[in-house]
Design a protein around this ligand. Structure first.
Ligand SMILES: CC(C)(COP(=O)(O)OP(=O)(O)OC[C@H]1O[C@@H](n2cnc3c(N)ncnc32)[C@H](O)[C@@H]1OP(=O)(O)O)[C@@H](O)C(=O)NCCC(=O)NCCS
Length: 380
């Protein structure tokens, strides 16, 4: 029976020998392997068959990042194509997952079609081509593909944290750069049994109703009061959470006239909400409060700054669907947020709580805005 276990010093000779025949020009040294055994930032495992090493993996972790790197994955030639490579890869993924890595990344020679097939079938995706990455070799190309996999996926069940629901919140990708808010609201409407019959048209319609803030330049985005008003009009139960009763998001607007317009629109929305009994709560709405709302069956739209993710300070609405001890799971309506390329990867996208806390709040004054949504059982 083959078993996978943490490497020990007694395995080093066999691992180094297997590495040398596999990558004659570019072998990892025995000294390095020894360090991987001792290092707290490496997981080094061996695959043993009748106590003999027939394969190994090394995963490396870098401090303060959620990125894990699959540094080595090898199965001895005579034992290949029997499923051992996949078992080793899955075991390496489990370890990276346990350490709360978000991504597992590796480099594979472009000529290594077996390796690529294995990776692709396990959900890895090519994110970059690196030319002349490996040294010249008779056995493989010098060019490498960087492959990456998003690790923790939200799974419903006993350990699912709060917001765990009978069904997943459906995903919708925004169709313009300024309709993240409307797209987030449409996802919630769908989830709460009020799907739009024409989401594309309604996305713009909601935007027309809710736009107040001038994003960087170009079209304005939506403010929390306008979105809350649009949500209320579409039959949802709504609460607005803001951390100031001052007009929101006017700091970066230089033109006085624009500022005044924004303030007047916000005021009109607030008056409407007050008139219809929609609460506007002014306090520091934090992760604990978000979790409370999720546990009550709500979904929460929050305005985040994308700086933590792509280095650009842009306001962006996302929909929080669930949370557990380590992650906030968001449906991100964005259409081009790398490295979360496909809509499936932007559904229940796990954001570490520390990252989320930094991203939640916009502008120099860290103005927080959230719209808490649930089904309005009185009108259904
Ligand atoms: C890559 C490697 C680890 C795969 O190990 P393995 O034990 O042969 O892999 P598995 O038997 O688990 O097969 C996994 C998948 O790889 C592909 N594969 C395996 N053998 C293959 C072959 N002879 N021809 C084509 N594809 C093959 C298949 O997609 C297979 O999935 P399937 O069985 O569901 O069709 C092994 O070939 C190896 O050690 N190569 C040299 C080191 C290396 O290239 N490392 C980098 C890996 S990215």
């Amino acid at each position: 029976m083959a078993s996978i276990q943490p490497a020990r010093n007694e395995h080093l000779d066999a691992v180094a020998a297997l590495e040398a025949v596999t990558f004659p020009e570019d072998a990892i040294s025995k000294r390095s392997f020894r360090r991987f055994i001792e290092s707290p930032s490496a997981d080094f495992q061996v695959l043993l068959l009748n106590e003999k090493v027939i394969g190994y993996t090394v995963v490396l972790y870098r401090n303060n990042t959620n990125l894990a790197r699959l540094y080595a994955l090898v199965v001895e030639k005579e034992h290949r194509s029997k499923g051992y490579g996949r078992r080793l890869l899955q075991a390496a993924e489990d370890l990276a997952d346990e350490r709360h890595s978000l991504f597992l990344r590796t480099e594979v020679a472009t000529s290594n079609t077996v390796g690529q097939q294995l990776m692709n079938s396990e959900g890895f995706r090519a994110i970059e081509l690196r030319e002349a990455y490996f040294p010249p070799s008779a056995s493989q190309s010098t060019d490498a593909l960087v492959l990456q996999k998003l690790l923790p996926r939200y799974e419903m069940g006993e350990d699912a944290g709060v917001g765990a629901t009978e069904e997943y919140v459906p995903m919708l990708t925004q169709s313009t750069e300024f309709t993240c808010g409307p797209a987030s609201l449409l996802m919630a409407m769908d989830y709460f049994g009020r799907p739009s019959s024409d989401p594309q048209a309604e996305e713009l319609e909601i935007w027309r109703q809710a736009t107040t803030i001038y994003m960087t330049s170009g079209h304005g985005g939506c403010g929390p009061h306008g979105l809350a008003r649009a949500a209320f009009q579409r039959g949802l139960k709504v609460r607005v959470e803001v951390n100031t009763d001052q007009p929101l998001f006017v700091d970066s607007v230089r033109q006085e006239q624009k500022k005044t317009v924004m303030q007047r629109i916000q005021q009109a929305d607030m008056t409407y909400l007050e008139k219809h009994g929609v609460p506007i709560v002014v306090r520091d709405y934090d992760v604990t409060l978000i979790k409370e709302d999720l546990s009550q069956g709500c979904l929460v739209m929050v305005l985040i700054s994308t700086y933590q993710f792509d280095g650009i300070r842009a306001p962006h609405w996302v929909l929080i669907c669930a949370a557990d001890d380590d992650f906030i799971y968001i449906n991100d309506p964005d259409y081009d947020t790398l490295p979360w390329e496909s809509p499936t990867e932007r559904q229940y996208l796990p954001v570490p709580i520390s990252t989320f806390s930094k991203a939640f709040g916009y502008g120099g004054r860290k103005q927080k805005a959230a719209v808490v949504l649930s089904a309005d059982l009185t009108t259904k």
